[in-house]
Write a protein that binds this ligand. Structure first.
Ligand code: GLN
Length: 191
């Protein structure tokens, strides 16, 4: 198994570290020729969705990655990655990959709660630590999208088939369980 980590901006190195702790091979996707490598799953890290979205287009990665996701490539987006996957963003006119049937709210926790840490229940895993940094939440899910976690009544993790979107940053804790959940999604697809 090999996982590509979109490495244009943001917390990509931390995701690769989590994967290496799970003994999963990964590589950085920085430019079009990196897509010549075969890979079984994609991680889109936290950072700035607007910057990553712009670079995806400028570096001509956008269409190829969108196509792979729509064809079933397992993808895991955290924070800005969730925004890149969202079909709808309530408070931003920009759309990016827009492959997942969710409506997100950007920078949804306001200034004072820009960053916070809590514990929450993740369906299929249990209680886990959750670190939020200028995070979005998911206001609505549609169609086949399943809610996996809520914090204070707001949806913070969801899955639609091959797509997993999480508003918090599991890669900034030492809890490997959400990465393991994604690796299991990838394993089921390639089995
Ligand atoms: N606020 C960022 C955005 O809108 C997301 C923050 C993050 O990824 N930690 O893209």
């Amino acid at each position: 198994m090999k996982i590509g980590v979109l490495s244009l901006q943001g917390a990509f190195a931390e995701h690769r570290k989590m994967l290496s702790m799970l003994n999963v091979e990964s590589f950085e996707i920085r430019q079009k020729k990196d897509l010549d490598t075969d890979f079984d799953g994609l991680i889109i890290p936290g950072g700035e969705s607007t910057v990553q979205g712009k670079l995806l287009v400028e570096l001509d990665l956008f269409e190829a990655l969108q196509k792979k996701i729509l064809e079933g490539l397992p993808v895991f987006g955290t924070c800005a990655g969730l925004l890149l996957l969202s079909k709808k963003i309530e408070n931003d006119d920009r759309r990016h990959l827009a492959t997942m049937d969710i409506k997100a709210v950007r920078n949804a926790y306001g200034r004072q709660l820009g960053s916070f840490h809590t514990q929450g229940y993740f369906d299929g895993i249990g209680e886990i630590p959750m670190t939020f940094i200028r995070a979005p939440y998911i206001a609505e899910v549609y169609d086949k999208t399943r809610v996996l976690a809520t914090v204070d009544g707001k949806i913070v993790a969801a899955q639609e088939g091959n797509q997993l979107a999480v508003a918090f940053h599991p890669e900034l804790t030492d809890d490997l369980s959400v990465h393991q959940y994604f690796v299991d999604m990838v394993r089921r697809r390639i089995a």
